[in-house]
Design a protein around this ligand. Structure first.
Ligand SMILES: C[S@@+](CC[C@H](N)C(=O)[O-])C[C@H]1O[C@@H](n2cnc3c(N)ncnc32)[C@H](O)[C@@H]1O
Length: 280
């Protein structure tokens, strides 16, 4: 059964409430520390380090200084904060959860970029607070697959993005049925509230929707065998685990070079869409 927007909101309000208790020192976002954390096996971001590093490089190429960016489904806002602190972008944090947006704004203040940041707590299916063509870039990390199930969300996203703007997505990639079975089994096993919005996994059907609205859609799938990192979560600081991950990464490089068609079965993807088709 599909999650309602109220259930999803309640779930995420609970998830983010604890960050409101954190001290300003711990809320501060430092872009160099964020980059360092990507290489630190004890940090949560280590698991997605290659995907996140590719995302930061793609965002940096957009030359964001002074541009208006919507951090779409921002959560605690790491990427929006990176764009404000490292790239001097004007960032609007958008999330269904008011707690998430409040945390992002507290973090912006603690990081000295409050003047570059704004926030809106609302359902992405109704962005009437933003005029047409408000943003040069819409960035979503693990969020578009949540919002697409709400009627009107895609139309609203396109409306607020400038016709010459870019949509950048960092997503779990869902063409691989085996991976999807394992993911769903893991969600059930971990007893998470049903779906928590994860029932939709971004895949090639979503890319087809993007291609109807953008003439340039760059897709960078990542990690095939290396998705075996997931069961090793929490153990990345063990040397043998990192050795296994290196072997899997090397195997992926060879496999995907030899058989590029396998790329669509990777478990993660970075998408950069630009140049809107005239009909939209
Ligand atoms: C998996 S979290 C990702 C958060 C963050 N981007 C990150 O990478 O940590 C998905 C986010 O999408 C938000 N979300 C879900 N449905 C939404 C909606 N209809 N409108 C706006 N945000 C929504 C949730 O509140 C949640 O913060």
């Amino acid at each position: 059964m599909a999650l309602t927007v109220a259930e999803e909101k309640a779930y995420y309000e609970r998830q983010y409430a604890r960050f409101l208790q954190v001290s300003p020192d711990d809320l501060r976002f430092c872009p160099t520390a964020f980059l360092r954390d990507l290489d630190n096996p004890r940090k949560e971001v280590y698991e997605r380090r290659a995907l996140y590093a590719a995302t930061l490089a793609a965002l940096a190429r957009l030359d964001l200084s002074g541009k208006h960016v919507l951090d779409y489904g921002c959560g605690t806002g790491d990427f929006g904060l990176w764009m404000a602190t490292a790239e001097s972008a004007n960032v609007t944090f958008l999330d269904l959860s008011a707690n998430a947006v409040a945390v992002c704004l507290l973090r912006a203040e603690a990081s000295g970029v409050a003047h570059l940041c704004a926030g809106e707590a609302r359902d992405a299916a109704n962005l009437s607070c933003f005029p047409d063509a408000s943003f040069d870039v819409v960035y979503g990390c693990a969020s578009l697959h949540h919002t697409l199930k709400y009627p009107g969300a895609w139309r609203e996203l396109l409306r607020v993005l400038k016709p010459d703007g870019a949509l950048v997505l960092t997503e779990t990639y869902g063409n691989n049925r085996l991976l999807n079975v394992l993911r769903r089994w893991n969600w059930r096993r971990s007893n998470l509230p049903q779906e928590q919005g994860e029932d939709v996994i971004f895949d090639d059907t979503h890319l087809a929707v993007l291609r109807q609205s953008f003439t340039t859609v760059q897709v960078r799938p990542m990690h095939l065998l290396a998705m075996a990192k997931r069961p090793l979560r929490g153990r990345y600081d063990a040397r043998w685990v990192r050795a296994v991950l290196s072997v899997l990464d090397a195997a992926d490089r060879a496999l995907l070079w030899l058989f590029p068609r396998l790329k669509r079965y990777c478990g993660e993807v970075l998408v950069v869409a630009s140049a809107r088709t005239p009909s939209v």
